[in-house]
Write a protein that binds this ligand. Sequence first.
Ligand SMILES: [Zn+2]
Length: 186
Amino acid sequence: MGMHLSTSINHKNRAIRELAQVFSWVQISGMSSAEVSRMVLGTMKTLDKCPEWVRAYVRGWTEATRRVLERELVFFYTLPDGRLVSTHRDRPDYYEKVGLGPKEVYELATHSGHYWIRRRCVDGRWEERLVPYFVSPMDGTCEFCKSKHVPLVAFLVSDPNQRVCEKCHKDKRVLTRRFGDAAEKV
Ligand SMILES: [Zn+2]
């Protein structure tokens, strides 16, 4: 005996209300891609007992809404000195405006990814802050085990500038946080 049609529809509507609530906060709160995925997964889990068409409907709605939202993200490359340059022609940090070519910036960059741009007015001037949404891990030396040329996937909670490898991130004695898991201040 399957679920009543009206119950299925109620679940579908409730799930979409829940997700719409999450999505209305993603940009404002500078949520990361991993955080969004976790929230979506949480809602999807509540549909376990529903017929497949309910989950398919909610999945489709989620993918479309997420794609629209992600159009607001700006792509940046991080240079070895920590400076971020964007791929948007109309921004002052566009790589050509800082004197770099596309091949140069690609080869120089230590990592790259999508960021939310948050603006606030300070003393009558607009200030920008970049909040990472999804940023690729960079290769380098792990600050903890000192392994060289390994992907650095996380940072020490005590010092976000100290980046660590996958092995050290999994080591419970080292308090770390994975890139993209929480809004890391840039
Ligand atoms: Zn390590």
